[in-house]
Write a protein that binds this ligand. Structure first.
Ligand code: GUN
Length: 281
């Protein structure tokens, strides 16, 4: 029987645990605050930002909302970030990506104080992860590790194949799997014989950004498949990078879209906000 890995349920459990932690902090007089910045009004970004604020509310994290006009200059944005860096009441700073083209994203990420980098995108956070030091971890790959562990998967010694090498998912994913003592292969658009490479995986993590790209020909019988993609198909229905119906009979466990990886990303952002208290001590 194929196990459906329920990200909605697992993220709820995690958020309830965090809620308890936040309540305990409040009893000690510690309030957690996340500053959320959105530039412009990209529709998808507005939905993500709204969900992040809702999660804060649920857990008891105070959120500060900065909705800036599309034509905001890079200097204005950097000034706001510096002001939030210097505000002791602010524990986390999140700038929703993508930013308008006239703003340099790298510069923005590097301006956020690494001690408040709850997205885990700052070079200091990425470096800390790669050498096994404490720091913030990019929320999507961090959420995938949590999904695997909480659904009863032992990662140690497993053959893991990550398809995709982005800074936000693929690269930190490979680091986290290594940290869990997996054997890790990172495949990408230049990988030769992708089907054979993907078929080696006990755990296949797909972050290619192409709807329904992975079918059963890429999957070893009995593998565990984690689908990071989220798209709309021709009927406007949500789908992932994996052809779920085609792959399902061949795998031992799989994440659905929606309701798999997506809810975990926000739960891990909340976890990073709670972790911020310790990191800032
Ligand atoms: N845009 C898409 N995903 C993310 C994310 O995890 N964090 C931020 N800040 N922007 C995003």
């Amino acid at each position: 029987m194929t196990q459906i890995i329920d990200g909605k349920q697992i993220s709820k459990e995690l958020k309830d645990e965090l809620k308890e932690k936040v309540t305990a902090y409040r009893a000690q007089g510690i309030e957690i605050t996340l500053a959320v910045i959105q530039v412009g009004n990209d529709k998808a970004s507005s939905v993500y930002v709204g969900n992040k604020k809702k999660a804060c509310e649920y857990i008891g994290i105070h959120s500060l909302s900065y909705e800036l006009e599309e034509h905001t200059t890079e200097d204005e944005l950097l000034d706001l970030i510096r002001r939030l860096n210097g505000d002791d009441k602010v524990n986390g700073i999140l700038v929703q990506l993508p930013l308008p083209k006239h703003i340099n994203e790298d510069k923005v990420i590097e301006t956020i104080d690494a001690k408040k980098d709850v997205d885990g995108f700052h070079p200091m956070s990425v470096g800390a992860l790669s050498i096994g030091k404490k720091g913030f971890i990019s929320c999507t790959p961090y959420g995938i590790i949590e999904l695997l562990k909480r659904s009863g998967t032992d990662i140690e010694g497993k053959e893991c194949v990550v398809i995709g090498r982005s800074n936000i998912v693929g690269k930190p994913m490979s680091m986290l799997l290594l940290r869990e003592n997996a054997t890790v292969t990172v495949a990408h658009s230049h990988t030769k014989n992708l089907k054979e490479v993907a078929k080696r995986a006990d755990i296949l993590i797909v972050a290619v950004g192409k709807p329904l790209f992975i079918n059963h020909e890429y999957v070893k019988e009995g593998a565990i498949v984690i689908d990071v993609g989220i798209h709309r198909d021709e009927n406007n229905k949500l789908c992932g990078d994996v052809d779920y119906e085609d792959v399902f009979p061949h795998v031992s466990a799989i994440t659905p879209v929606p309701g798999g990886v997506g809810p975990m990303t926000i739960a891990m952002l909340m976890k990073n906000c709670v972790n911020a208290v310790e990191i800032q001590k």
